[in-house]
Design a protein around this ligand. Sequence first.
Ligand code: UD2
Length: 296
Amino acid sequence: KDCDFHLVAPDHLVYKQPSLIQGRTDVVSVTPWLAPVVWEGTFNPLLLDSIYKPKNITIAATVFAVGKYIRFLKKFLETAEQHFFVGFKVHVYVFTDRPDEVPNVNMAAGRQLMVLSVPSSNRWQEISARRMELVQMLIEEKLQNHIDYIFCLDVDSQFHGRWGTESLGGLVAVIHPGYYRDSRSKFPYERRPSSRAYVAPEEGDFYYCGGAFGGLLEEVHQLAKTCHTNFVNDAKEGIEAAWQEESHLNRYMWINKPSKILSPEYLWQDFKPRNPEVHIIRFSGVVKNYAEIRPN
Ligand code: UD2
């Protein structure tokens, strides 16, 4: 389904006049390749929702809850109901090895939960990395023809504020909250040239999160397929990138520039104090005890 359509606003909608000389000046809201960077105060949610509403779009979200990570699912789902594309059709796909433990969460009309079984794994790196393959297969086998946009999200996180139509775009990346003030040579990209995720010290734009990305179905399919293939081919040569699929995603986004970038408001980390330019935290990773929840 083609959804890279013109944006048409409804007639007679009353909203604040846009300005060319006033607005946020403490942050950069456009990249050098002219992709918007979404920060609170740079968009009008009412206007955006009213543009997308008549298009009758459906948004998919994927989330993995394997092993003990199932404990994070309830809060993730409950807060998604409160903040994630409220008023829009949303299909949440949960991948888990514990389908019986998926919590019952009330969902509004037009919103549904689908549970897909996956095998357990003894290595957390494998669980994290297999996500690209499973997202690729999900798109190929189940989503084509009825889903417009997809977001792939970490389960050990919660929504605290609006995440809606302002985040829609062809290829959407989220800036990692930990590195955006650093120089690119310090980003934790994969630095071994023998890996297909390699990024040289003078390369790279931003450090993006593996825990949230999305966009049009076709764009995310291409990303998942490429990252998965590169991951598998690296593995055949005995290489695992520093941050698994996050490293491959960063390499992909360096070559294929995202058309929209979400500021760190869209994936903060609960243990981090909020920086002054972050006016709202919309989604953030909960503090977790790695030793206790990972399989090894
Ligand atoms: C970072 C990334 C994560 C991934 C990882 C590198 C962010 C916020 N997080 O987080 O997306 O790129 O580095 O591999 O950018 N999972 C399970 N069961 C497990 C282990 C993982 O279901 O036993 C799933 C779950 O959905 C979890 C995700 O994999 O949210 C990522 O794993 P993580 O949260 O342990 O990775 P982390 O915190 O190092």
